[in-house]
Write a protein that binds this ligand. Structure first.
Ligand code: CTP
Ligand code: MG
Length: 242
C-alpha cells in the first residue's frame, strides 16, 4: 500500500439490499496510522455496518472509501484482507487447534510470534494452562472456551497477522474493566503504526482515543476527543451518564 493504514470515508451512505431506509448517511472521516479512532453510539446506530464496509463485506451505496488513498474497489480482495485485521462483534473460532486459529491470516508466524500476540491479548495465561497449549483443540465455534477467552484469542489472531489496519467491533466488552485496560495498554506498541478503529460500548475503553465519532441513527452527530465531546455533545453526555 502507498500510505499504509489511512482509512478515509468520503460521504459514504449505505442501505441493506431490499431495505427502504439507509443505515448509514453521509459518513466522512479519516482514520490515520498511529491513531485510534473510536466509534460509539446506541444499539442499531450502524457501528458494525460501518466497520463491515471497510473489508467490503458490503459496498457503499454512495460515496467512497479509500485505504492509503486508493479506492477499495481498486485494491483487490487479497490486498484488503492482507492489510486489515477485523475482530468481529461475535468473534469466531474454527474447529482445529489454538495455533491453527491464530495462524489464520498469518500462516508463517513462528510459535514465538504467536505467544507474543497471545501475551498482548492477555490470553497467554489461559493458553499456557491448557493441555497441549498451542496444540490444544478448539471445538467448532469455539464453544469449549469462554466468551472472554474467545474474544482474546480473536484479538491475538488479529495481531499475529500484523496488518496496517485494525478493526475492533466491541472487542473489549466481554472483558472485565482491568483486563480491558491492560489489553489496551499492551496494544499500543504492536499497533503504533497502524490505523486502529474501535467500536465500543464502554466509554472507559475509548477515553484515550485520538478521535471519537458519535454515531446516531446512521449519522455522525458529533466528533472530537473525550474532553471535547463532554463539552459539546449532548448525545455523548447521555452515553457517558448511562
Ligand atoms: N441491519 C440490517 N441488516 C443486517 C444488519 C443490520 O438491516 N444484515 C440493520 C439493523 O437492524 C439496524 C441497522 O442495520 O437497524 C444498524 O445495525 P448495526 O450496524 O448492526 O448496528 P450497531 O450499531 O452495530 O448495533 P449494536 O450496538 O447492537 O451492535
Ligand atoms: Mg454492532
Amino acid at each position: 500500500l502507498p500510505t499504509p493504514g489511512t482509512v478515509e470515508f468520503k460521504n459514504v451512505s449505505f442501505g441493506y439490499p431490499g431495505a427502504e431506509a439507509p443505515v448509514l448517511n453521509d459518513i466522512s472521516f479519516t482514520a490515520k496510522p498511529g491513531q485510534t479512532t473510536a466509534i460509539i453510539g446506541s444499539t442499531g446506530a450502524g457501528k458494525t455496518t460501518l466497520l463491515n464496509l471497510i473489508p467490503r463485506l458490503y459496498d457503499a451505496t454512495e460515496g467512497e472509501i479509500l485505504i492509503g488513498g486508493v479506492p477499495l474497489a481498486e485494491l483487490g480482495r487479497d490486498t484488503i484482507s492482507r492489510n486489515i485485521s477485523a475482530v468481529p462483534q461475535r468473534p469466531y473460532l474454527f474447529s482445529g487447534t489454538i495455533g491453527s486459529n491464530l495462524r489464520f491470516g498469518a500462516q508463517n508466524a513462528t510459535e514465538e510470534e504467536l505467544w507474543e500476540a497471545l501475551k498482548v491479548a492477555q490470553a497467554d495465561g489461559f493458553v499456557a494452562e491448557r493441555e497441549g497449549q498451542l496444540d490444544s483443540k478448539i471445538s467448532q465455534g469455539g464453544t469449549n472456551v469462554s466468551g472472554g477467552q474467545r474474544q482474546r484469542l480473536c484479538i491475538a489472531r488479529a495481531l499475529a497477522a500484523k496488518p496496517s489496519t485494525y478493526l475492533f467491533d466491541d472487542s473489549f466488552s466481554a472483558l472485565d474493566v482491568n483486563t480491558d485496560a491492560r489489553l489496551r495498554a499492551a496494544l499500543a506498541e504492536p499497533t503504533k503504526d497502524a490505523a486502529v478503529i474501535i467500536v465500543a460500548q464502554r466509554v472507559s475503553t475509548i477515553t484515550g482515543a485520538d478521535q471519537i465519532l458519535v454515531l446516531d441513527h446512521g449519522e455522525i452527530v458529533a466528533r472530537g476527543t473525550h474532553e471535547q465531546l463532554l463539552e459539546t455533545s449532548e448525545t455523548y453526555q447521555e452515553i457517558v451518564a448511562s
